[in-house]
Design a protein around this ligand. Structure first.
Ligand code: NAI
Ligand code: MG
Length: 341
């Protein structure tokens, strides 16, 4: 039995995590669950968005599935995103975001890429302050050789693992290093050179580099050509939301925050306040995040069954509204479970 934390969080997190839990139960995942709190609602109630009991209990778990949390866009004293904090506290340094064509009208075909986003530094160290009587805002951006080499190794290792699939589709395994070292020659320059050094250890994997702005352009223009894409935190965050739009939208995109001995899986999307509480959120991203959790815990068979069932359910007309249908979260989850049989 693996011990898994379920953190629903806020908004649609409260709908999509229970849906994914039903699928995990139906596939017979050898998990025991512990429910934990984090996010805006627990902050309003207790003044703490990430209660100590959540952190302490997570350290006793093998992994976690998180829905999403609300984070206000203005500064609120005492509040800071628990998701960013958890990634740092548990040293979940690699954020893996697979972007794969789905059998829905909104998805373009022949896309199968993996965005490997550095998850612990860059601008997300959140060291910001005001100067000049509040008229100048300064943010510190930290890039270390250690974190850059570590994320590069995750990316090249992932490309090696994907190599068989990549070759079957007639492509060479390849890592694309994303940066903006032409402008940020010191910080992105360090990220770039760390990645290029690690590339030497993986001679069977092709390496290329792409400036982040032209990467955004080429990702939309010819997403089929990419295999593994590695990027510093902020660029990886932005590119993965954009890439999700190519394959059916945020309702379908899962992610896994990986450390050396812990995995926190979550959908790429946020708490979707515009649709929360209506029972219409697409649970697919979270169900596929549950499959990533199974994979990371060495359970590829149930993970594969879940992907298969999601694929089959997406081919029917039982689709949620984001995909042009009228099914509820519950209807679609039932369809996935029916296809597990
Ligand atoms: P969002 O991802 O919550 O929503 C963007 C758009 O996608 C909305 O139109 C929403 O309805 C749609 N969408 C998202 N998930 C969906 C689903 N499962 N099914 C159908 N449609 C879905 O991004 P937004 O609106 O920028 O942020 C809302 C809140 O979420 C903010 O407070 C933000 O801070 C937070 N957030 C939290 C994240 C996390 O917990 N990891 C990640 C991103 C945002
Ligand atoms: Mg994001």
């Amino acid at each position: 039995m693996k011990r898994i934390a379920l953190i629903e969080g806020d908004g649609v997190g409260k709908e999509v995590v229970p849906a994914a839990r039903r699928v995990l139960d139906a596939v017979g995942a050898p998990f025991e669950y512990v429910a934990l709190e984090a996010g805006w609602q627990v902050f309003i109630r207790t003044g703490n968005a990430l209660p100590q009991v959540t952190i302490d209990t997570l350290r006793t778990c093998d992994g976690a599935l998180l829905g999403a949390v609300n984070s206000p866009s203005h500064r609120v004293d005492g509040y800071s995103s628990p998701v960013v904090a958890l990634r740092t506290l548990l040293d979940l340094y690699a954020n893996l975001r697979p972007i794969i064509s789905a059998p829905v009208a909104a998805s373009r075909p022949n896309i199968n890429l993996l965005i490997v986003r550095e998850n612990t530094e860059c601008l997300y160290v959140k060291q910001e302050w005001l100067e000049n009587d509040g008229n100048t805002a300064v943010a510190q951006r930290i890039i270390t050789r250690h974190a850059s080499e570590r994320i590069a190794r995750s990316a090249f290792a992932a490309a090696s693992n994907r190599a068989r699939h990549t070759r079957e589709s007639g492509k060479l395994p390849r890592v694309t290093v994303v940066h903006k070292a032409n402008v940020l020659s010191v910080s992105d320059g360090l990220f770039r050179s760390a990645c290029m050094d690690v590339a030497q250890e993986f001679s069977q994997i092709e390496v290329e580099e792409q400036l982040v702005d032209s990467m955004a352009y080429r990702l939309i223009l010819e997403p089929e050509r990419y295999d593994v894409v590695v990027a510093p935190n902020l660029y990886g965050d932005i590119l993965s939301d954009a890439a999700a739009a190519l394959v059916g939208g945020l309702g379908l995109a899962p992610s896994a925050n990986m450390g050396d001995d812990f995995v926190l899986a979550e959908p790429v999307h946020g708490s979707a306040p515009d649709i929360a509480g209506k029972g219409i959120a697409n649970p697919t991203a979270t169900i596929l995040a549950a499959a990533l959790l199974l994979d990371a815990l060495g359970l590829p068979t149930p993970a594969g069954r879940i992907r298969h069932a999601v694929d089959a359910a997406l081919r029917t007309s039982t689709l949620t509204r984001d995909l042009g249908g009228s099914a509820s979260t519950c209807d679609f989850t039932n369809a996935v479970i029916a296809h597990l049989a």
